[in-house]
Design a protein around this ligand. Structure first.
Ligand code: HEC
Length: 158
């Protein structure tokens, strides 16, 4: 594995670790103080005893909810670029369908996307509006580019 990839993964892992610890602390506090009423919040209802048990039965504990979220993100191979894609989608469309002057990405192979993004990253030309993509691709790591290529190939190949 290349260095950048490793660092990215570690950053993700420590993020979920921190999330899990926060969730655990929160659960601990809620557990210990669930019998206290919230004074000063006259309309807030305390949920304890049966109410809390029912909540847990329906939704799982806070920790379980966090663990489920972390597991979902970990099993999503595209979690690292979903946030990025929101920016791309502003021009290329949520499903890569393209809009007006913004080319369609859906249906292109990962190799094509990767090669074009790499060209843009190096300030090369693909079409006559390539300069629009230079700033976009300039911020992408090689790992981002690879993941974006797979993401587009695998999720937008209708
Ligand atoms: C400001 C609007 C805008 C944003 C944001 C944007 N693009 Fe583009 N994109 C364009 C334009 C315009 C072109 C056509 C450039 C050219 O003429 O070479 C293009 C071209 C491309 C191409 C080449 C398509 C082809 O078949 O020629 C790819 C791949 C691409 N963009 C991916 C992305 C990705 C991935 C992102 C997000 C990281 C992104 N774009 C964000 C406007 C945008």
């Amino acid at each position: 594995m290349e260095k950048g990839t490793k660092r990215r993964i570690m950053r993700n892992e420590s993020f979920y670790l921190v999330l899990a610890i926060c969730g655990f602390m929160y659960g601990l506090i809620m557990h210990n103080y669930s019998n206290l009423e919230y004074k000063g919040y006259p309309r807030a209802q305390a949920c304890y005893g049966e109410c809390y048990e029912q909540y847990v039965a329906e939704n799982g504990t806070v920790v379980e909810q966090l663990q489920a979220k972390a597991a979902e993100a970990a099993s999503d191979p595209f979690s690292s670029i979903r946030g990025l894609w929101a920016g791309c989608a502003a021009c290329h469309g949520q499903n890569g369908q393209g809009m007006g002057a913004f080319p369609r990405l859906a249906g292109q192979s990962a190799d094509d996307i990767i090669s074009k993004l790499t060209t843009y990253k190096n300030r090369g030309e693909v079409g006559n509006m390539s300069s629009t993509m230079w700033a976009q691709a300039g911020q992408l790591s090689e790992n981002d580019i690879e993941t974006l290529g797979k993401f587009i190939q695998e999720t937008m190949n209708e």
